[in-house]
Design a protein around this ligand. Structure first.
Ligand SMILES: [Zn+2]
Length: 180
């Protein structure tokens, strides 16, 4: 961050009075520019015994498989955001969204909220950010070609819970390049 969003003047880095960490502060109008983690919302769309995955058309993770997920927009609830992302990435329509996982990615200042949900139909197709979209059985999941550790973690927990027949809500810390 270089310039004040209030008055347009250059910012400096300093610890504001009463604070305990360095912030971008405007020395002209005294506006403090707080930077907070971003929230990512996504889902595990089920169709019978299968799961919908998207092959990414953009970096990061170009050509790798992922669950529909993306940044929450202002004014959205987390469930609305998850629905929108599934529509944008896969033209997938969802039903019965149930909270499934909260994942802290402190190393990139992101928090993921993942839902379980059902596809309403199979009229999905690739959106702008996807090269292809398809359903996978558990034994077809491309584990070595998943785009992100948090996706690998979500799917690992999901299939583990499904085997037990009990879906808990999970909260986990994801580390950089963590291998499961
Ligand atoms: Zn200013």
């Amino acid at each position: 961050m270089k310039f004040c969003t209030n008055c347009g003047k250059p910012l400096i880095e300093q610890i504001p009075i009463g604070d305990d960490r360095v912030r971008y502060v405007c020395p002209f109008c005294n506006t403090v520019h707080y930077e907070n983690p971003k929230m990512v919302v996504g889902c595990i769309p089920e169709w019978k015994n299968q799961i919908l995955l998207c092959k990414r058309a953009i970096e990061p993770g170009l050509g790798k498989w992922t669950l529909p997920a993306g940044y929450l927009e202002k004014g959205e609830s987390v469930a609305e955001g998850a629905r929108r992302e599934a529509w944008e990435e896969a033209y997938a329509r969802l039903n019965h969204l149930t909270p499934y996982g909260i994942f802290n990615l402190a190393f990139v200042s992101q928090v993921y909220i993942m839902f379980r949900c059902q596809l309403i139909d199979t009229d999905f197709r690739p959106g702008e950010e996807s090269l292809s979209v398809r359903l996978f059985n558990e034994d077809e999941i491309p584990w070595a070609d998943l785009a992100f550790t948090v996706i690998e973690k979500s799917l690992t927990l999901y299939f583990h819970d499904r085997k037990k027949g009990i879906f808990a809500v999970h909260m986990e810390d994801i580390e950089p390049r963590q291998r499961l």
